[in-house]
Design a protein around this ligand. Sequence first.
Ligand code: SAH
Length: 345
Amino acid sequence: MIELTGMFQQELIDWCKERKLPAFRAKQIFRWIHQGADFDGMTNLPLNLREQLKAEAVAQPVQILTERRSKIDDTVKFLFGLRDGNCVEGVLMHYHHGYTLCISTQVGCRMGCTFCASTLEGCVRSLTAGEMLGEVLCANNYLGGKDRVHNLVLMGSGEPLDNYDNVMRFLRLLREPDGIQIGLRNVSLSTCGIVPKMYDLAQEDLPVTLSVSLHAPNDEIRRQTMPIAKAHPMEDLLCACRNYIEKTGRRVIFEYALVGGVNCEDRHAIELASKLRGMQCHVNLIPLNVVEERDLKGVTEATVRRFMSVLEGLHISVTRRREMGDDIEGACGQLRRKTIIGEQQ
Ligand code: SAH
């Protein structure tokens, strides 16, 4: 079965041409796909053509398996089903400036960060570009035409830069004329810091916001929780960030998860500020979401506030990530994991 979802319009035109179908049909199919329709819903195509397409191709490779809506803030956590039986998570958040969807880029993850639930069983496989688009189309369908996803964050399970080519294709699909049309300025790509790929990304001419999971003020602490830090020292990582800022003119966001007893004292904030001084950047503090299987501690509200005020005092632009969907397995990987384990029991 061929997945049409990940094709650019021109590729779909060529694919249709091979089947003696005119370009206008390809354009119709392309529009329908990006509107979230399956073949049965492509009402301006003749019935026999829809049957023909169904026999050899897939229009919507992702479906919503379960959805859980937070009672606190309307955040919705999806479990998305893929055609091979795997599943990934997505989170839909409602902000005053519109809906933001957090999508997954891989089934699991092989980066091994010690605080993260997605990596506990390693990486099963990378998602295709069509599957990533499929996650967004599912969320749009969920909103039922009343509204749509405006912003995307690639912060679900997986490491986007470990699935580089598919993620680049996905980003380019977002700006296809006649497609879903999500501006790349409304897209954030989060990486644990695969330095060579960050240089590649800076050359792509894709103006996404780069988020970097830093989580520590120095290599010693970073290596305790993030294996990637052993491959790429922080100095190299920060050089790659400076290059990204220079090439794209966009500031970099640093994610910093506060882990009790590890990285949240005043001296850590002071060291972090000294490393980031003069950089066009912003720090996003995340109180650790405690993952049952991991032996790491969260932090108190007072610790978050104190860490934030030390950074502010040193003129570092900083906010704390709003915690959303706390009652629906907010931290990454937790819902999928509960589902898989639930199935095994
Ligand atoms: N692989 C990418 C994107 C996925 S994770 C990356 O590493 O950036 C998205 C963000 O959530 C990352 O900053 C990640 O470090 C953070 N995260 C993962 N598990 C967490 C947890 N239990 N508590 C707080 N933040 C977590």
